[in-house]
Design a protein around this ligand. Sequence first.
Ligand code: CP
Ligand code: NVA
Length: 339
Amino acid sequence: MNLKTRNFITLLDFTPQEINYLIDLSAHLKDEKYEGIPHKHLSDKNIVLLFQKDSTRTRCAFEVGALDLGMGVTFLGPSGSQMNKKESVKDTARVLGRMYDGIEFRGYKQKDVEALAEFSGVPVWNGLTDKYHPTQILADFLTIKEKFGYLKGINFTYIGDSRNNMGNSLMIGSAKLGLNFIGVAPKELWPDKDLIDVCLEIAKDTGATIKFTEDKMEGTKDVDVIYTDVWVSMGEPKEVWNTRLEQLNNYQVDMSLMKNAKSTAIFMHCLPAFHDKETEVGKNISEEFGTLYPRVKNGEMEVTDEVIESNYSVVFQEAENRMHTIKAVMLATMSDSYE
Ligand code: CP
Ligand code: NVA
């Protein structure tokens, strides 16, 4: 398997074999890290991280992953560069591509990460756009594999805003690797029909199934994984909370949903999660909407604190795996094959 010079901007561009290779390479790099085996395979390289939106996991995963591989790293935050204000994405790409060996982008538009890939001449990695979050899926699937030992045939439920970057990407990943994906949400929050059709087509070859339901008990019955994400994503206007709470407050993941799944089921979330009052947003929303929607009155939104803190939850293992998987993506796209 040789992925050198490839961009990583959507899982749609990768075959099941390539995605499985990246997951296995991640597990290998994780073992090496745990065993203290140095793997500075890219010590003559430098990368740049472009962030238009906030991040803890993705930024730290790229920085630690790059440093472990021996690379130099430059971070450019939302206000630190000329991009967008005085310089187009296309021009930025042509400048950065002459200085760096790889570019990470987190921002709003998928077309911006595509433009970076088209014009920079170096591998570009999508660290999240409004449409997709592909590096997160590798971490999620590595975690599932660690827990269950396999991916094909896993019964996987995503509950919440199913047409956000996570809903879209988990559906694509499931289609590619043969998982049985169920999206649970009100109909108006299901993904674009075109994307569902693309996934159904992929599923024909991989044995995956892709289904949607508005019924949360039906959609979580005897599944292996229950996954959720925030109800309002970065970049969406504050006013969206109004409708989103009305649409999704009844889709909060609580213990009754976890108990409806298999006894061996796990709970997953890409994080950050609203599960208590210890965040500014959680506190504000609970104060503003807690009377109207009692489920959110303790700052618990998409998931209850009890579930996050329970034995079902693998969210911190999943967060750690961001680093091992992102490291694998950088290594695979910047060098010749590693087995
Ligand atoms: N899951 C994830 O992408 O987290 P950050 O926003 O902290 O990077
Ligand atoms: N859907 C979320 C994912 C965060 C990792 C967002 O875009 O804000």
